[in-house]
Design a protein around this ligand. Structure first.
Ligand code: NDP
Length: 462
């Protein structure tokens, strides 16, 4: 893309914070308006890039996908569409947002970015129960993401529990029936908040038992969760329920920490906007998606509000003659095409020098034969955080120019390997060197963490 105005300063037209449906839709509209938007995807603060759809399975109510689409696949498509039209990404957390004067200032990756307009699309984060033993059993039976961790060996053929009564809880309960011997749904009241279609699925499923009017009081066990303690909401009586897994699906809290005290928030911490509009209490600052929506909270409503926010920002920038637009070298940007999937390696296609391969065969060969550090990432098919992590790992291996290699293990396809490796959730990454396990990383970590760990093994100065 070429810049039209030669004396462009370094002030951005528009920075979008957040990479869920709201953020990417805003980016698509702003990029097509030639505003050259910058989108800060977020990384760990407030959930993973891509937002809550990254931790759901089938999205069946997003128009245009009559047979449904996996949440992470839908987000991949939105991201690809935003990039196709020229959105620039900063793949990091926004660390600070200063709205005290214009241009506004946002800090990310230690850099201060100045911008005329801002769209806040930071979404909401999953809540935790705060049980007395939560820390002890976190990732040892307790998880906030059934979709990511359900395929973990410890949950297979074992009783598991989900707490919550909304669409998420119902979706996760049904999903877990694939793996657990039985699923207990713990509901604190006497009805489900979930949509009728979702509730019907749960109530009709013989593999799910709903425990009405029960609160989870604590988690019990030794090395791994063995039972949960339930309190009857009506009389306070305690009972134990033997489960190997406890999955939280108890709603979300809006991610407004960085703007608290600068913008008007409601009693629950959601951004307040003008009724039915995206304008916040500060000129040039717009809200989109769940961060300003305690009520509808759907992918499609978030996308719609992202569109509104981008159009409002565009109008405001042009009304005040603040936008420095770009012109496209190519009127029709190149088509995105289908994502390329890595084939599972076997005797025929195994390549001892490939940077990235998949499956148990490649793992065994590289473990025994390779003299380079080996990154093994354990994933499961529907794990959104795995979607986020894999390209980061591939980038690290690219940057290291062949001095390390990577293998992906789908724990559903290669269960035995997952058991042997002691995988307790996905993504898990193990770093091997000279047939020795050097380090294990659980969950999504910064690219620099993996790079530094590999460089320490091959003797590159930090
Ligand atoms: P919700 O806020 O809708 O539901 C949260 C549930 O957790 C409620 O049942 C609530 O109980 C319960 N809860 C909250 N705190 C506690 C606690 N401390 N102890 C026990 N239970 C608690 O959140 P969801 O994540 O389910 O859904 C968010 C939005 O996303 C909704 O709009 C939903 O429709 C949408 N969604 C859509 C999906 C789809 O269409 N495929 C899938 C997933 C989500 P109570 O009811 O008593 O308040």
């Amino acid at each position: 893309m070429a810049v039209e105005n030669a004396d462009i300063n370094t002030v951005e037209n528009l920075v979008i914070v957040g990479s869920g449906p709201a953020g990417y839709t805003a980016a698509i509209y702003a990029a097509r308006a030639n505003l050259n938007p910058l989108l800060i995807t977020g990384f760990q603060d407030g959930g993973i890039p891509g937002g809550q759809l990254m931790t759901t399975t089938h999205v069946e109510n997003f128009p245009g996908f009559p047979d449904g689409i996996l949440g992470p696949d839908l987000m991949d498509r939105m991201k690809a569409q935003a990039l196709r039209w020229g959105t620039r990404l900063v793949e990091a957390d926004a660390e600070a947002i200063d709205l005290s004067q214009r241009p506004y200032r946002i800090t990310a990756e230690g850099q201060v970015i100045e911008t005329q307009a801002v769209i806040l699309a930071t979404g909401a984060s999953a809540n935790r129960l705060g049980l007395p033993s939560e820390g002890r059993f976190w990732s040892q039976g307790i998880s906030a993401c059934a979709i990511c961790d359900g395929a973990t060996p410890q949950f297979r053929g074992a009783p598991v529990a989900v707490v919550g009564g909304g669409d998420s809880a119902c979706e996760e309960a049904v999903y877990l029936t694939k793996y657990g011997s039985h699923v207990h749904l713990i509901v604190r009241g006497d009805k489900l908040r979930a949509s009728a279609a979702m509730a019907d699925r749960v109530l009709a499923n013989p593999a799910i038992t709903v425990h009405w009017n029960r609160q989870v009081a604590d988690a019990l066990g030794s090395d791994w969760l063995e039972a949960i303690q339930l309190r009857d909401s009506s009389n306070g009586a305690l009972e134990e329920l033997a489960v190997k897994g406890l999955f939280y699906a108890i709603g979300h809290t809006p991610n407004t920490r960085l703007v608290a005290g600068q913008l008007e928030l409601d009693a629950k911490g959601y951004l307040v906007t003008q009724p039915g509009r995206p304008e916040t209490s500060k000129e040039g600052v717009y809200a989109a998606g769940d961060v300003a929506d305690a009520e509808w909270r759907q992918g499609i409503t978030a996308a719609g509000s992202g569109c509104q926010a981008a159009l409002a920002a565009e109008r405001w920038l042009s009304h005040h003659q603040l936008a420095v637009t770009v012109s496209r070298e190519q009127v029709e940007p190149q088509e995105v095409g289908q994502p390329v999937r890595t084939a599972v390696s076997d005797e025929a296609n195994y390549d001892p020098n490939a940077l990235w391969q998949k499956g148990g065969y490649a793992l065994r060969k590289l473990y025994h034969d390779s003299s380079k550090p080996l990154l093994v990432v354990y994933t499961s098919p529907t794990c959104g955080p795995c979607h986020v992590l894999k390209p980061q790992l591939k980038r690290v291996l690219d940057e290291l120019g062949g001095r390390a290699q990577g293998v992906e293990i789908d724990i559903e396809a290669d269960q035995e390997i997952a058991v042997q490796a002691g995988v307790t959730g996905t993504p898990t990454v193990q770093l091997f060197f000279n047939k020795e396990l050097k380090q294990t990383f659980r969950g999504v970590k910064q690219r620099s963490t993996f790079k530094a760990a590999i460089e320490a093994l091959i003797g590159v100065p930090a």
